[in-house]
Design a protein around this ligand. Structure first.
Ligand SMILES: N[C@@H](CCC(=O)N[C@@H](CS)C(=O)NCC(=O)O)C(=O)O
Length: 209
């Protein structure tokens, strides 16, 4: 039995980690944290001083940041086949970091209604939304998954960020994005993860009532 603990809220980026955990097939214990006091309580600040979810504890190791957790789990449980092969590493790290940096900045600016003045686009990691859309269309054209022919942990994180981007209108929805999103959304582990988070949310609501 792995000493693997998952700290989350079912309405958070933790849903991406739930999907990743379900893909690994490794047993884990879930700790549900309400927004507000539970996330800022000393017990949890000892796990993540940021007072944010998700986080995992694996034995003595603590990992926060969705992209880092996905990478850690893929490498720690190689039997799940979610880590990149040597030939896939360049694409894996390139697009994982692109999703954690430029895509995250783009979508959060959009959600907050923050428009970058054209003269300052050069300092933003994503530059212009049109260039992001063109870049992602180019990379996803002619390959089923972000690292090539096989589904990897990078797809879990990258697709989640991409879907957030096009659903929020940060980048336009394009057929190649939707086809990729449909392909990754068809995974049984994602369906299991969604059901587990729905049940967790219902339990949290019932205990708060
Ligand atoms: N960079 C972090 C972001 C974590 C984050 O902002 N989580 C939000 C939920 S999606 C949170 O815990 N917010 C609660 C708070 O800041 O009080 C990651 O990738 O995991």
């Amino acid at each position: 039995m792995e000493d693997l603990h998952f700290y989350t809220n079912p309405q958070s980026r933790g849903c991406i980690i739930r999907w990743m955990l379900e893909e690994t097939g490794v047993p884990y214990e879930t700790h549900l944290l309400a927004y507000g006091s539970a996330m800022k309580a000393p017990d949890y600040l000892a796990i993540n001083r940021m007072g944010k979810v998700p986080a995992i504890r694996h034995g003595e190791a603590i990992v926060t940041e969705v992209a880092a957790i996905c990478t850690y789990l893929a490498e720690t449980f190689p039997q799940a086949g979610l880590a990149p092969t040597p030939g896939e590493r360049a694409d894996c790290y390139r697009w994982m970091f692109f999703a954690a940096g430029p895509l995250e900045e783009l979508v959060t600016n959009k959600e907050l209604g923050f428009e970058v003045p054209p003269k300052r686009q050069g300092m933003m990691g994503y530059g212009r939304a049109e260039d992001v859309a063109e870049t992602l269309e180019e990379v996803l054209t002619g390959r089923p998954y972000i690292c090539g022919e096989h589904f990897r942990a990078a797809d879990i994180y990258f697709s989640s960020q991409l879907i957030w981007c096009f659903n929020s209108g940060a980048i336009e929805k394009r057929p190649v994005f939707e086809a990729y999103a449909d392909r990754v959304s068809d995974r049984p582990a994602l369906k299991r993860a969604t059901r587990l988070d729905e049940e967790a949310l219902a339990r949290m609501k019932a205990s708060a009532a």
